[in-house]
Write a protein that binds this ligand. Sequence first.
Ligand code: S3P
Length: 434
Amino acid sequence: MSPPVNLAPIFRLEGEVRVPGDKSISHRALILGALARGRTYLGGLAPGEDVAHTASCLEACGVFIRIHGDGRAMVEGNGPDHALSAPSDRLDCGNSGSTMRMLAGAIAGHPITACLQGDPSLMRRPMRRIAAPLQQMGAAVRLGPEGTAPMTIEGRRPLRAITFEPPVASAQVKTAVLLAGLFADGPTTVLEPAPTRDHTERLLALCGIEVVSGAGRVTVTPGALQPFGLRIPGDISSAAFFLCLAAAREGWRVRCPEVGLNPGRDGVIEVLRAMGASVDVQEREPAGGVEPVGDVEVLGGPLHGARIEGALVPRLIDELPVIAVLATQAVGVTEIRDAAELRAKESDRIARLAEGLRRMGAACETLRDGLVIEGPTRLVPAAVDAAGDHRLAMAFAVAGCLAAGPGLTHIAGAESVSISYPGFFEDLASISSA
Ligand code: S3P
């Protein structure tokens, strides 16, 4: 166990942070590059352990990948016929649900057998939502008795084309089915209970694949993928920690240039504005011509509580921990509903967030599907546990910066930031005065 990180309250936040490349897009770019035939060139690949696990799993399936330290990468795809070959060992997905779920879809369309496993957190996460559609398509998928990994997949080609309605709004499930659909005997359709991030659809189009979206459904037609070039924009989920921190105090200001603004990911901007923060977005040239990008600047001011529910939730699901922290500083009640999925993330984020925030003095009530937070409260430094969950570690760091009073905030499990944002604490220090 690494020692907890100790964080002092800050009294000023001002500056610019160029956050690392988008994790969601990075996973997909590596996988699609592997399924194409020829060389795909990427810039801005996300630096964390999650994306490194996707790369190493693909390498274990015979794909040649070269990753440079500066975010540039090259994938030499062997697709479409023999894109992935059978790995000699189990595939280790680490902490990464995206790696396990998306790769499952790609593997299902290959006549190979592979077994996917991960760390203790990932081995507890629900996988029936992935196994069920892939089985319907004709792949043999075996899970543990609790519907969790290890997940063994015997793929085949062609798969059966299906129309699938996932039980929860999940971009990972949608992606797995669309990737399997590339190897089906006809067009495959996913019906979405609520819109989710559509990076896969956009990147498939960049690869020359026919994808038709609209009215809650997306259909992919099988075809051969073209390799592509893509400069991956900054990750709005990483930027959110700084944007929310700046929003918390009058006069604090942060600018994050070249952040991805996919409409399935930009809910945090909507909520910051609804709470009363000033958010300026300067549009930039779309990445690869397909992914919206912009410079985002937040200026803090008086905040009030907000209601977050329904179709907004999938658009900010990963930002809810830091939004909950911000809610402790807003006047009035913030109610987060329809977010039961938070309990199935890297940790039970509803329970763990409430526990940590209460230790710091927040008024926070848990619901089956969300949280109710009443503000404003004066947070105090305390010992909190991020439970090895990277987004909780960064959200508690934001809370620690906002705390007032003697002592430091001790975050156990803070080393988990390396999963998505290895340089987080350095970047935080670069714009804050303690
Ligand atoms: C992701 C989708 C979301 C999100 C995860 C990344 C993606 O998960 O929480 O961090 O890249 O597709 P679900 O698909 O399980 O909602």
